[in-house]
Write a protein that binds this ligand. Structure first.
Ligand code: VGL
Ligand code: ZN
Length: 193
């Protein structure tokens, strides 16, 4: 997909806990994703594309975390080093935080209250619409969770969607998650390159 004013770049969760080998939920190979995303940000800016970011932003205790009954090691706790966007990333657009109230949910477009199941939209869709965006390029971490869910929601919301595979990587909590994510994205009509 070519960048241009109607095409936004959405950088998902490029945060120390996922992208740095010292991070608590490090995604193997994330260093190359950081470089690839940096190049995409440069290309997007040069073409006049809006660039938006998501940031996983959890309270210290949430049912999202294994010690509190969830499946993930403690990560991206609000205000900590692990939650910061990687220092080399140029932040040139709005940052949408998700999980701030202890909700679960992987998509940048919504969060889900763990106790009631209620799904509430974040400001991402509104920000994209206000910018006149009709297509999104989704990159970042992790392919099989937040990138996948953000891209699938974007497709449901009517955006054309592209996922450049060199600029994302799967965490593979369960082996095969990465491949299943690719199948789901393909079925939803996302263009994978
Ligand atoms: C993510 C697991 C838990 C992600 C966030 O950004 O893909 N994965 N929280
Ligand atoms: Zn998380």
């Amino acid at each position: 997909m070519n960048f241009g004013p109607g095409v936004a770049l959405v950088v998902v969760d490029l945060q120390n806990d996922f992208a740095d080998p010292r991070g608590s939920l490090y995604v193997a190979g994330a260093e190359s994703v950081v470089g690839a995303v940096g190049e995409l940000v440069d290309r997007a800016l040069a073409a006049g594309s809006p660039v938006l970011y998501t940031q996983d932003w959890h309270p210290p205790h949430t049912p999202h975390f294994a010690p509190d009954g969830g499946i993930w090691p403690v990560h991206c706790v609000a205000g900590t080093w692990g939650a910061e966007l990687v220092p080399s990333l140029a932040v040139v657009g709005p940052v949408v935080r998700k999980g701030t109230g202890g909700e679960d949910g992987y998509s940048g477009f919504s969060v889900r209250d763990v106790s009631t199941g209620e799904v509430v939209a974040t400001e991402l869709d509104r920000l994209l619409r206000e910018a006149g965006v009709e297509a999104v390029v989704v990159c970042g971490l992790a392919l099989d969770y937040c990138v996948k869910e953000t891209a699938l929601d974007a497709a449901r919301l009517g955006y054309r969607v592209a996922v450049p595979l060199h600029a994302t990587r799967a965490v593979e909590l369960h082996p095969g998650d990465g491949d299943r994510a690719l199948e789901a994205l393909q079925s939803a009509g996302a263009s994978l390159s």
